[in-house]
Design a binder for this molecule. Sequence first.
Ligand SMILES: Nc1ncnc2c1ncn2[C@@H]1O[C@H](COP(=O)(O)OP(=O)(O)OP(=O)(O)O)[C@@H](O)[C@H]1O
Length: 252
Amino acid sequence: MSRSAGDLVLEAQGLDRSFGGIHAVDDVSLEVPEGSLHAIIGPNGSGKTTLFNLITGHTRPTSGRVRFAGEDITGMPYSKVARKGLAKSYQITTVFPLLTVFENVRIAAQAAGHAYVFWRPADGIRAVTRRTEEVLERIGLAADRDVVASNLSHGDQRRLDLAIALATSPRLLLLDEPTAGMSPPETAATVELVQELNRDVTILMIEHKMDVILTIADRITVLHQGRKLFEGTPDEVRDHPEVKEVYLTGSR
Ligand SMILES: Nc1ncnc2c1ncn2[C@@H]1O[C@H](COP(=O)(O)OP(=O)(O)OP(=O)(O)O)[C@@H](O)[C@H]1O
């Protein structure tokens, strides 16, 4: 299938999810075109994480549909969605702390099927090693390949988590606050890295730092109390009176 900018990688329609009496996500629709960097912002408790979980299959929507690369994936478990090319990088959750950087990334590359040349296993192993080295180079962790993951700085552990996601050669990468807990230099390096990755992977990200979002996003969805308050370009979001009010006063 040929792909071009403008094709929708992700389409969410009318997503809804309640937990008891809390309407965490309320009729949210989203369209993410191939190649774009789309950001989700909103105050604490506005439904960002729940929306991500509805997309990845970690949480079932009460109603609404999710399409990935044209296929309906609503309610499909993440293990299956991941094999279709949707990867997520969530706050170091996928790193094995006692394995080296290289081993961590190699496991992901292997799981993604890069070793699946069963009639010539040596080719498969070489392909996995090549993909692992390529990803480490790209993420800037090649010099740390033999370091045990738990000995990396917080910023480098986040980079490793990204490397693991990237090793699966995803078509869409979901990033949940990639700069959380990072120092200003680490944040700047991560912003650069995310922009670099976006050259060939579509990205959907949650981010709290407004300056980061306004710098790198093509389009921004603003959530407030589970609903879509506004969607637009960084300039439109920056100038939108209701968005300013929510961010400045925390309420509306
Ligand atoms: N499993 C759950 N059970 C009950 N309530 C939940 C559950 N998950 C989320 N919520 C509630 O749904 C609402 C939205 O939460 P969510 O975590 O999606 O917001 P968020 O925008 O990601 O917040 P934050 O920025 O603080 O991470 C909140 O009121 C939260 O307490």
